[in-house]
Design a protein around this ligand. Sequence first.
Ligand SMILES: Nc1nc2c(c(=O)[nH]1)N[C@H]1C(S)=C(S)[C@@H](COP(=O)(O)O)O[C@H]1N2
Ligand SMILES: [Mo]
Length: 481
Amino acid sequence: MSEGLAALLDLRESPIVSVGQSVISLTPGPIAESIIGVVGTNDKPLAVASVVAAIVILGAVAGAWWRPHRLAACLLVAALAVLAAASVLSRPYASPEGVFAAVAGGVAVMGVLELLLRDRGETPADASRRAFIRTFAVIAVATVVVGAASQVLAVRHRRRRAVEQARAGLRLPSRTVGAPAGTDLGVDGQDPWVTGNRDFYRIDTALSPPLIDPADWSLRIHGMVDRELTLTYQDLVDRGLRDAWITICCVSNPVGGDLIGNTVWGGVPIKGILDEVGVQERADALLSTSDDGWTCGTPLDALTDGRDALLALTMNGEPLPIPHGFPVRQVVPGLYGYVSATKWVTDWEITRFADFEAYWTQNGWGERGPIKTESRIDLPRDGATVGSGTVTVAGVAWAQHVGVAGVEFRVDGGPWRKATLGTAPTVDTWVQWTGEWDAEDGDHTIEARATNADGEPQTAETADVLPDGATGYPRIGVTVD
Ligand SMILES: Nc1nc2c(c(=O)[nH]1)N[C@H]1C(S)=C(S)[C@@H](COP(=O)(O)O)O[C@H]1N2
Ligand SMILES: [Mo]
């Protein structure tokens, strides 16, 4: 229990190891030497093993005492916890969390004993023998399980710290950040045009994100190419990074949803890399695979038609945050994330759509996944009560890589009114929109629709997110009072 907590609290040294260290330092010199003489440099594992054995046996004794001599049993467990806490405090990595882990471990043991050893109407002698065996078994099993789990956690924590340090130590060329003029309409209460890295939606199948040191990262490019190529992180940095404002979104974003975000990505254009490897004529797909085995099929057309398809290293001027694909991910304007935005990407196979199924397409999602023209109403909030008179209506709209030409909104199914649009640096980002409504008392519905730069309005027809993205007008209800 203490061990598990120590791992969760990310301690430098767990209580059991602390006690083991104390045992070692308290063992009289000659005895220590003769032990080392026998076991060699295995003295530390041996010390830890003895501590574990002592805990299991003393725990079982406490179990045997639990019913007949409750006070003595509690004192024994408490003494063990105090001993562990004292050992923790005597060590160079002493911390309040370590003491907490030791004490909490003791309390947990008492709780477990109480649960485990309820009265079953046996004779006292029988009961206490059975209690000894039972607690022995339970504590032994628990120690092994928790010990193994906390080792795994501890290894991951160390790895995470190392990768975070490597990330913090990167010196990538300084980047332009900050929203281009006119993109933010400055409407009170509206989300900023640039989504902060912390606020950026996160979607992936990874229980915990892959931890990759940029020095160990490489991208292997193979398949229907004239020349195979393996790129390192430094290779990408040396090519120079291009900045591009791109709004990415998830195919699972329902109408009105927030699985969408806009930021400036810094990366190497994918087209140049594909030109370099020489894509063979019959190929029509890039099958990318992430470090954790997720796969994604992207149409080669979208990667080579001149749009800002990037192997991105930065997000908002910083190295990619670990959950967003550090050290390298793909970003492709105009395609939903599941067919384009592979995070932690390590393998590219140039191939044909006819020859593979990627992670989500084998689960029934569309093969190509172009983003559909959509809009969202952010103000007023759905279900809000507002005062009568002039009410500000505002939101965002997107049609990546085509562009948004206009946004309209209407109240209670009345005539469409034109909204004012913010600017957008390219056709690859969302735009903010706003308008005013002269609100009268009562319950009202507001809808919006965007028209893309090809003159096509978003469809009124509602579609579910499966198989290739939700459609329909965003609609909110407000009460004017
Ligand atoms: N390795 C990996 N990359 C992935 C995914 C994933 O599950 N694994 N999910 C994709 C999906 S569905 C989306 S919408 C985007 C989301 O990117 P974000 O988490 O940075 O917002 O990542 C894409 N890249
Ligand atoms: Mo997604």
